[in-house]
Design a protein around this ligand. Structure first.
Ligand SMILES: O=C(O)CCC(=O)C(=O)O
Length: 215
């Protein structure tokens, strides 16, 4: 698939991306009902270079999905790497290892898959949802998301009917190497979205690390 994006928006694309520490630089926000969000701004260094590598090297797919009585385009490009797949960039292996070490995951819950989304413009989005990894098991779990490229807002709110302040939406602008981790009951009690925006925004790629869960 040909991707048209302006590399001139970014600088130092020959730099080698790396990872800062996690530790005490991770800031936790409690959401209530046992849900929380951790934020580690700027976790990936030289993240524009990682953006470019992923944009060019990942086998992006334009999916279509049944919605009511129609089949519609999924408004973003996607790619998925399962537990036995080779990740498209060695930095993703390093990031996954660092996350597993930092969060000390039990064997059944180690991060071992990566789902990637490419939001080309403000028209690309993902609607309100809780991830299946949390909906199909009644245990707490974690989804860790690394964002590169331009910042987009990841919104998180309590699920309708599950208590919490109606309209209590928290907004996390994530891009440029930021890490956000949704944990605890977050996938069961809350939902999240990257909503469309009319603002002129650059392209963003997100990498979501998840455990393997029973279907
Ligand atoms: O791009 C993101 O940060 C969120 C992606 C997401 O929620 C999903 O793919 O389920």
């Amino acid at each position: 698939m040909h991707l048209d994006f302006q590399t001139s928006l970014f600088d130092d694309l020959d730099a080698e991306p790396g990872l800062e520490t996690l530790g005490s630089s991770v800031q936790r926000t409690e959401l209530g009902q046992g849900a929380w969000v951790d934020l580690r701004p700027g976790w990936v260094t030289d993240s524009d270079a990682l953006f470019e590598r992923l944009a060019l090297d990942v086998p992006w797919q334009a999916d279509r999905r049944e919605m009511y009585d129609r089949v519609v385009d999924v408004p973003r490009l996607v790619s998925h790497f399962g537990a036995h797949d080779l990740y498209p960039d060695p930095l993703l292996d390093k990031a996954q290892d660092a996350l597993n070490e930092h969060y000390g995951r039990p064997a059944a819950q180690v991060f071992q898959t990566a789902g990637l989304c490419f939001y080309r413009t403000g028209d690309d989005s993902v609607a309100w949802h809780g991830d299946r990894v949390g909906r199909t098991i009644d245990q707490d779990t974690m989804v860790a998301i690394v964002s590169v490229g331009a910042a987009r807002t990841l919104s998180v709110r309590p699920k309708p009917g599950l208590g919490g302040e109606p309209g209590a939406t928290l907004k996390f602008p994530v891009g440029h190497g930021d890490l956000i981790v949704m944990g605890g009951s977050c996938q069961r009690t809350h939902e999240h979205a990257v909503l469309k925006t009319k603002q002129a925004v650059g392209p963003r790629i997100s990498v979501q690390f998840r455990p393997v869960w029973p279907r």
